[in-house]
Design a binder for this molecule. Structure first.
Ligand SMILES: [Zn+2]
Length: 267
């Protein structure tokens, strides 16, 4: 298994890829369960996803409390991540987003339908969750542990849950798989919305086809190929995150030497 520092750099890159591929914009986030501590996870400080840095990642317990005072603003919707990690021990990464690709479907409450093989990444009939059903009028942010737990219950054994009047939450067995699922389901949703606009009947994959196509994730080079290509786009734009040090930084206590600072600067 890669070292923690490498995984943290990958998580920062995952957020930037999700932004570059249209999954997240200035809101939304990708997290990663701690590879050695299943009772902890990493999520960026409050930041636009395209600016996430390894040294801005905060370590949380599963109650979404920071392990140490980060001294920086935090995402308000982090309970989405913590409560899913609690409910699903095999989940290693979570992405929450409000992608424009999905919002038309969510606005009308239409089921997500895999219209081609890559759309199978969303699984068979992913469920809907409506915060209002259990919690009445809220500010629509999932900020209380009980709200996150309710969302995790709706997700159940699925790989994606659609959130009425809000967005989507997707899971993965790794950061790369989670990003792959997030990107491919957004593309499928976009095609589905266009197909609805044309009219007529949408030809969906059957449940059996969806299951078989979905099984391919993680068993072929597709996830790796996609990740490498998406990462290359970031590299070409000069947006790769600086590599993480051994541990996510709390806050710098003493001034970094000029030489080191220059090294760490984003390319
Ligand atoms: Zn949200």
């Amino acid at each position: 298994m890669p070292k923690l520092a490498e995984l943290l750099t990958e998580l920062a890159l995952a957020n930037r890829i999700a932004a570059n591929e249209g999954v997240v914009d200035t809101f939304g986030h990708v997290s990663m369960r701690h590879p050695d501590r299943p009772d902890r996870y990493f999520l960026s400080r409050s930041s636009s996803p395209d600016m996430v840095r390894p040294d801005g990642l905060i370590e949380y317990d599963l109650d979404s409390q920071p392990v140490r005072d980060p001294g920086v603003p935090q995402y308000s919707e982090r309970v989405i991540h913590g409560e899913i990690y609690k409910a699903r021990p095999e989940v290693m990464s979570v992405c929450h987003h409000h992608s424009p690709s999905f919002m038309p479907l969510i606005a009308v409450g239409a089921d997500y339908v895999p219209i081609f093989h890559l759309g199978s990444a969303g699984g068979i009939k992913p469920p809907y969750w409506d915060q209002h059903d259990e919690f009445g009028d809220t500010n629509m942010l999932v900020v209380k542990p009980e709200e996150g737990a309710s969302l995790a219950r709706a997700l159940g054994k699925h790989q994606m849950v659609l959130m009425r009047r809000h967005g989507v939450t997707v899971i993965g067995a790794s950061v790369r798989e989670c990003v792959y699922r997030a990107v491919q389901t957004c593309r499928n949703a976009e095609y589905q919305v266009r197909a609805i606009a044309i009219g007529g009947t949408i030809a969906s994959l059957s449940p059996g086809e969806t299951e078989r196509c979905g099984d391919v994730i993680g068993k072929t080079t597709g996830v790796t190929r996609s990740w490498d290509s998406w990462a290359l786009r970031i590299a070409k734009a000069g947006g790769l995150p600086a590599a993480a040090k051994a541990k996510p930084a709390k806050r710098a206590k003493k001034k970094t030497k000029p030489g080191k600072r220059a090294k760490a600067r984003r390319r």
